[in-house]
Design a protein around this ligand. Sequence first.
Ligand code: ACO
Length: 402
Amino acid sequence: STGPDVIDVTSITKNGYFTFDPGFMSTASCESKITFIDGDEGILLHRGYPIEQLAVNSTFLETCYLLLNGELPNEAQKQEFITAVRNNSAVDPSIANLIRTFKNDAHPMAVLCSATAALAAVYNDQIDITKAEDRKLTAYRLIGQIPTLAAMVYKHLKGEEFIAPDSSLDYAENYLHMTFGKAGQAAKVSQVLAKAMDRIFILHADHEQNASTSTVRLSGSSGTNPFAAIAAGISTLWGPAHGGANEAVLNMLTEIGTVENIDKFVAKAKDKNDAFRLMGFGHRVYKNFDPRAKVMKQTCDEVLAELGLEGEPLLAIAKRLEQIALEDDYFISKKLYPNVDFYSGIIMKAIGIPAEMFTVIFATGRAVGWYSHWDEMVSTSYKIGRPRQLYTGYTERNYPTK
Ligand code: ACO
């Protein structure tokens, strides 16, 4: 044979159908009761509750409880959950030492990923994943410590001292305090910004079987330590086609620079011979407006008004870009609408968070979603995830001998 032959796959279909579905466009990998998406209608429900209602009426920690437990908590359950998360928010000194060993300009996602994986080193001997109590404690540790790690990653980037969690603050306030506070100074956090941050966390909390969540499930299906599985999810989230898009959106808006340049970039995005894509547009599942983007857009307006930044040039570019894309045949025919990442970057920039931290914040909100899926999987019977392949290489051939 002069080239590779496709092996006849009938030999591996003895036990049923063999499907070949690159990118898992139409293959379900699991059953789940956590999150429902109807991409054509632009619907997103967590445990049955619409994301728009949770974003306005709930808090991030209440949404965490809902995702993990299936129901909203009563007041006593809510307080117990908040206290448990708070009591588990300080990280082991070995993790602080580890973060300090990285170069200050290391990408924050690389540092977060390593620090989260290192939690497996701290807690490995304390987790029996078959025990519900151990899994519950692990959830408190993960949800409690991920914002602490995210803030430490930021402080390391800035070359500043780490700030310990303050138990008098709520979740988002504490994150902002640990990020922007100064060692030895009392916490001073704007309520509007804390509310916006809490909402960003809610809007990122879960999104069913996206690439990072599927990674956490696949990784967890081998029985590995849950923090190691979450670290695998963080690695996957980092990519620009997934969570890294929020950083890419801001970089793109900065590169566009002025409203007059937009047409040039839109033309590039439409050119088949150009790999450039408009970051923050399109979604594998949503072929309609991403419902999270609608809430994010409103929050974006509120934050910019609070900070007196309505005239922010990047926002003007973003608004014009959105308008052009929504009226352009290319984007209409391909159903490319702005996604959640389109607006979140503008809000975070306004709050003062550097672009390379955006995906870290996404990961902070998403940790509960990853964990809920891992927990749902390991608390029922499951199999190790092991996709098959369509082999297109050589058929058997002999090693050349003299
Ligand atoms: N700009 C220009 N064209 C696009 C864009 C875009 N942002 N997104 C998709 N297209 C085009 C593709 O070129 C393709 O065209 P074709 O049919 O002529 O070949 C068509 O639309 C379908 O695109 P696919 O890549 O096949 O769609 P897929 O579902 O695999 O990808 C994805 C979805 C990765 C989100 C894609 O739309 C994209 O790259 N968007 C930009 C990055 C982004 O914003 N990612 C964030 C996703 S949301 C999240 O993770 C929270």
